[in-house]
Design a protein around this ligand. Structure first.
Ligand code: PMP
Length: 316
């Protein structure tokens, strides 16, 4: 599906359907259906929400030609918004905590976006505050991905419908996703539920270390960029995910699974490792006949300077 957009003669790259493929890491595994979202133009699933949120705002008259969009995101959403704004002739400002990888900042700047950094100890909350402040002062359109219903809506009416067309039998039994804004899990769950699927949602959570049994509560790991403690997102907190099951995955397993996916030719980042590992756990709970769908959200290139590539960085 492509959303038509009138852009005064400007070329706007279509966001085509991404493949849904059954991925097996071991011959003993039953496949997990993976939506290859890293194949989107800017390299992540966030191209969809960026286009959907900005276009909706444009249609509603919230943004005008040459206007400015702002978002607090250190990750894929900022990169996707920077690309969307480049295509639509808009300005873009990304607010993020210092310490975000150079690759990410460069991608945003390359699309013509501006990067504003807040002190690292202020984290995502500091970035959210700063974005609010700038939006208030300048009248920039603040996409507010953590509460904007159009975020989940993009996945409900778009990604979800693609999956329903692609999956054999047209039915899904389990949807597994790490939660950043929650847009993916909330939107896909709604799409599948509305289509009449008997669907169980699984939220994948990265936790520190390798020995899960030794971990206490609140052991959320910050090692998987894009996936945050769920409390950050109003969109997720307010959602109605019936029968939600949380699956904790150690960050060692997250990285190991991401590396295995890459070795099989899927050039993905850490959150894909999280999602795939959690999908295998979901399958254990639901049985081999269940059709489990997950998302491989973004590409590996934006993680060259992170732990994912430690063993290949000329180090150990
Ligand atoms: N993976 C990556 C790389 C992300 O950037 C994000 C979101 N920031 C997610 C997963 C989680 O997706 P969502 O925001 O839809 O919950």
């Amino acid at each position: 599906m492509s959303i038509p957009f009138k852009s005064e003669g400007r070329f706007v790259q279509k966001i085509e359907a991404t493949p849904l493929v059954e991925v097996r890491l071991a011959s003993t595994e039953t496949g997990i259906w993976c939506k290859l979202e890293f194949l989107n133009p800017s390299g992540s699933t966030k191209d969809r929400i960026a286009r959907y949120m900005v276009e909706k705002a444009w249609r509603n008259g919230r943004i005008e030609a040459g206007g400015t969009v702002i978002e607090a995101s250190s990750g894929s959403t900022s990169i996707a918004l920077a690309m969307t704004c480049a295509q639509m002739g808009l300005e873009f400002i990304a607010v993020m905590p210092e310490g975000v990888s150079r690759e990410r900042q460069l991608m945003i700047r390359a699309y013509g976006g501006e990067v504003i950094l807040v002190p690292p100890d202020e984290g995502i909350h500091g970035a959210l505050r700063k974005a609010e402040e700038i939006a208030g002062e300048t009248g920039a359109y603040y996409t507010r991905q953590f509460e904007n219903p159009d975020n989940a809506e993009a996945h409900r009416v778009w990604t979800g419908q693609e999956i329903l067309k692609q999956i054999p039998g047209g039915t899904v039994n389990g949807i597994v996703s790490g939660v950043g804004t929650g847009g993916t899990i909330v939107g896909l769950y709604s799409a599948f539920e509305e289509a009449g699927c008997e669907i169980t949602p699984f939220a994948a959570r990265p936790v520190r270390g390798s020995a899960l049994q030794e971990l206490e509560c609140c052991s959320f790991s910050p090692c998987v960029p894009g996936v945050v403690e769920e409390s950050v997102s109003k969109l997720y907190r307010d959602a109605d995910l019936n029968g939600l099951i949380e699956i904790d995955i150690s960050d060692d397993l997250v990285f190991d699974t991401a590396r295995q996916l890459i070795r099989q030719g899927f050039p993905v980042g850490p959150s894909s490792g999280l999602n795939y590992a959690a999908a295998l756990e979901a399958q254990k709970k639901m049985g081999p006949e269940a059709r489990i769908v997950t998302v491989l959200p973004d590409r590996m290139e934006r993680y060259f300077s992170t732990e994912l590539f430690d063993s290949m960085n000329g180090g150990s």
